[in-house]
Design a protein around this ligand. Structure first.
Ligand code: SF4
Length: 361
């Protein structure tokens, strides 16, 4: 387990966990180095053991597009946060193992309250979701009592419970456009997605929370301009949370890159666009884990990250050892209290009903 000194220790079993422990010959190798679970290589023995344990636990394994390739490849389903939550809700299995960050596993639990939801490491947070707390949102709402609150899916269950409508990056514009133009909108937590929504809807009564994802914010316009210059003819796939989304649109507007080569897309939208693209090269402005699914979807295209350092440390906490531990120990279980879950479910269901929710991150 985690130690204050960061030394590796054998992970102690958790006898008596509510959903029980399973045996595995690999379990004794699991270590925690003070930051992440380690000690297990993602080899064929590991893969076979993961599948065996998942079957024994009646579990379906879901992996976000930003996970490391070994986790994506062992998962039963890979996708973006909303698509995975829908898969979770429709799954026949009684247990969901969500290889992603905590708010995503919470959303799966909100949509599947009767299922057991596990995340391989509950410390896998999200700097964007942490940009706003429920207390901060309550205070912001009190300053704008007649407003409508629109929250991106990268928020905690407690924030969703105070939200009128959730949105994904695919339907954020449709959600805001569906709101009475005379009513003020509080949009949170991502300032770049908020700027995109303001630009697209032309509304000046959309107030945007100044939150950001530190991974996406680090992908900037200068990097994009340099890459676009070095790869003329390449398409640009840009996630709207990126600090460079504005720059991408600016490059298109200025004619530096033809407008039809710039695509502002969610991660799920990127996979669809890759399959449909006839380009030889595509510059990708989002977390680098995305490249693995894009290469699988369109192996003939050369996908190049705009910033190859844009790696989410939280997503990478879902290591092969962490996934093995989750299946062996039945941990870490995700809980959302029923009152919060009920309120949050309403805002998520309104999101699904508007436009094409497509996907989240
Ligand atoms: S990439 Fe950013 S928004 Fe996504 S999980 Fe990591 S910190 Fe959160």
């Amino acid at each position: 387990m985690s130690t204050a000194t960061g030394h590796s220790t054998t992970v102690a079993p958790r006898p008596g966990t509510a959903i029980g422990r399973l045996d595995s010959p690999l379990a004794e190798k699991i270590r925690h180095d003070g930051a992440v679970y380690t000690g297990v290589e993602p080899d064929a023995e590991w893969a076979a053991e993961i599948r065996r344990l998942a079957a024994e636990r009646d579990a379906v394994i879901l992996a976000h597009n930003y996970e490391i390739p070994a986790i994506q490849d062992i998962a039963h389903h890979v996708g973006d946060s909303l698509a995975l939550s829908r898969v979770a809700a429709a799954a026949e299995q009684s247990t969901i193992v969500f290889c992603g960050v905590h708010f995503m596993a919470e959303t799966a639990k909100i949509l599947s309250p009767d299922k057991t939801v596990l995340i391989p490491d509950e410390a896998a947070g999200c700097s964007l979701a942490d940009s706003i707390t429920a207390e901060q949102l309550a205070e912001w709402k009190s300053e704008h009592p007649d407003s409508v609150v629109v929250s991106y899916v990268n928020t905690t269950a407690a924030v969703k419970a105070l939200t009128d409508i959730c949105c994904t990056s695919s339907n954020a514009v449709d959600v805001v456009a569906s709101i009475d133009p005379d009513r003020e909108v509080l949009f949170l937590p991502d300032q770049f997605l908020g700027a995109h929504v303001r630009r697209k809807t032309g509304r000046d009564n959309v107030l945007v929370w100044a939150g950001e994802c530190h991974v996406h914010a680090a992908i900037n316009g200068d990097q994009l301009t340099a890459k676009a210059g070095a790869h003329p003819g390449a398409e640009l796939f840009v996630h709207p949370e990126c600090g460079c989304a504005t720059s991408a649109l600016h490059l298109a507007t200025e004619g530096a890159v033809p407008a039809d080569q710039v695509k502002i897309l969610s991660t799920g939208g990127m996979v669809d666009a890759a399959r449909a693209s006839g380009a030889r090269e595509v510059l990708v402005a989002t977390e680098v884990g995305m490249i693995h699914q894009l290469r699988k979807a369109a192996p003939e295209i050369d996908f190049l990250p705009v910033n190859d350092q844009a790696s989410c440390p939280y997503m990478k906490m879902i290591t092969p050892a962490a996934l093995l531990r989750a299946l062996v120990e039945g941990a870490d279980e995700v809980h959302v209290d029923p009152v919060t879950a009920e309120a949050a479910r309403g805002s998520v269901e309104r999101m699904i009903a508007i436009g094409n929710p497509g996907s989240g991150e």
